[in-house]
Design a protein around this ligand. Structure first.
Ligand SMILES: *Cc1c(COP(=O)(O)O)cnc(C)c1O
Length: 412
């Protein structure tokens, strides 16, 4: 069984030096640049050990105690532990931990509640809706009739009046709340109220904030939504994967929507790794981590605003920041390129106002590395210099390498 990413590469080096080089190269890239993609994090060595374990060999269609394959008695226990830990962590009556990804979880949620052609209200893609929230390039936009709501062009905040009006006019079968880029807490009680008024299901796609929920640093959608979809690899710091939480009355429909409707065999190594991550997230150290993630994001947002960037909604409640670098004389796309050359890795995103692209970044990975107040101020200044095109490219790259080198994601 793998113990560390280094040992893993050693085993591979003997057998397949070509791929071993890639493992080591990516490890080096992650350790020598700043991982500020809002959806990324560093999983623990324990999570990596579960992912690299022989559980990866096991076929396990079905659910614990009711599998289509033999030899599942041990992996059944892993899945039961993962489910129990998820239920306890989020206060949910039911958890399905088999979804292969966040998108698969959303697909299953729709499959559990909707029929093709049903009307669904969700945040529009230009305002931070996910592909699964009605993109014409995605199954969601093809099979359902999505009505998009937006954010206020001035404040960048969710337009509650518009949500209520659209819900009354379109009478959707479901309302989706959740975003890939919204930096503020979502008022789940408000969405529940609107859903109840028009007789719609409420689906919370909490892929981003679920880790903050685990760390008690963001409101929990579980008491409000009929179904909560989530990922396990963002702030939650587990393996790449998805998860669904719901009440007992929808448990069977959700389980059947995952398997056999949208997926085949469960990935037992990933499910074991999810159990490990849930166990880690239940500890006081993770609560401290989640609060530090938010504190760091607030410091970074304030630092970027001081440097002249326009921070959407004026700040953040979460790990996530979106900002317009235009006042620094650069658009989001060019800015992302300049930052990447300096070793600062983040995304572009749409902005609430106009057509220009902005920057989307997060503090989950930096915080896992142990960075705090001092580093956030340093990073804000570094970013501003690079964005303005003032900083010497080679020197900026060296400065980032030095900063990252002081906080190795996998020490030793
Ligand atoms: C990340 C994300 C997803 C999809 O997760 P994948 O694992 O990439 O499929 C879905 N919805 C939202 C809101 C997300 O942020």
């Amino acid at each position: 069984m793998s113990v560390s990413p280094v040992l893993e590469a050693d085993v591979l080096r003997r057998q397949d030096p070509e791929l071993a080089e890639i493992l080591l190269g990516e490890r080096e890239r992650q350790a020598s640049t700043l991982q500020m993609i809002a959806a990324e994090n560093f999983t623990s060595p324990a999570v990596l050990a579960a992912l690299g374990s022989p559980l990866a060999n096991k076929y396990a269609e079905g659910y614990p105690g009711a599998r289509h394959h033999g030899g599942c008695e041990i992996v059944d226990v892993a899945e039961r532990i993962a489910v129990d830990r998820a239920k306890t962590l989020f206060g949910a009556e039911h958890a399905n931990v088999q979804s292969h990804s966040g998108s698969s979880a959303v697909l299953a949620a729709y499959a559990a509640l909707l029929r093709p052609g049903d009307t669904v209200l969700a945040l529009g893609l230009p305002y931070g809706g996910h592909l699964t929230h009605g993109s014409p390039a995605n199954f969601s936009g093809r099979w359902f009739d999505f009505v998009p709501y937006g954010v206020d062009a001035e404040t960048g905040l969710l337009d509650h009046d518009q949500v209520r009006t659209l819900a009354r006019n379109h009478r959707p079968k479901a309302i989706v709340c959740g975003s890939i880029a919204y930096p503020r807490h979502i008022d789940y009680a408000f969405f529940r109220e609107v859903a109840d008024e028009v007789g719609a299901y409420l689906i919370a796609d909490a892929a981003h904030p679920i880790g903050l929920v685990a760390g008690r640093a963001a409101p929990n959608p579980v008491p409000y939504a009929d179904i909560v979809c989530a990922t396990t690899h963002k702030v939650l710091r587990g393996p790449r994967g998805g998860m669904i939480l719901c009440g007992s009355e929808l448990a069977e429909r959700v389980d059947r929507a995952v398997f056999p409707f949208t997926q085949g065999g469960a990935q037992m190594h990933t499910i074991a790794a999810k159990a490990v991550a849930f166990g880690e997230a239940a500890r006081p150290a993770f609560t401290a981590y989640a609060h530090q993630v938010v504190a760091n994001a607030r410091l970074l947002a304030a630092g970027l605003a001081d440097e002249g960037l326009v921070v959407t909604t004026g700040g953040t409640d979460t790990h996530l920041i979106t900002a317009d670098p235009a006042p620094l004389g650069v658009d989001g796309r060019t800015g992302r390129g300049r930052l990447a050359a300096a070793g600062i890795v983040l995304d572009c995103c749409a902005l609430p106002h106009g057509d220009a692209r902005g920057l989307r970044l997060g503090t989950a990975a930096l915080t896992t590395q142990g960075m705090g107040e001092k580093e956030m101020a340093h990073i804000a200044a570094l970013m501003a210099g690079v964005l303005r095109g003032e900083a010497d490219a080679v020197r900026a790259r060296e400065e980032v390498r030095e900063l990252a080198g002081g906080f190795p994601p996998y020490p030793g």
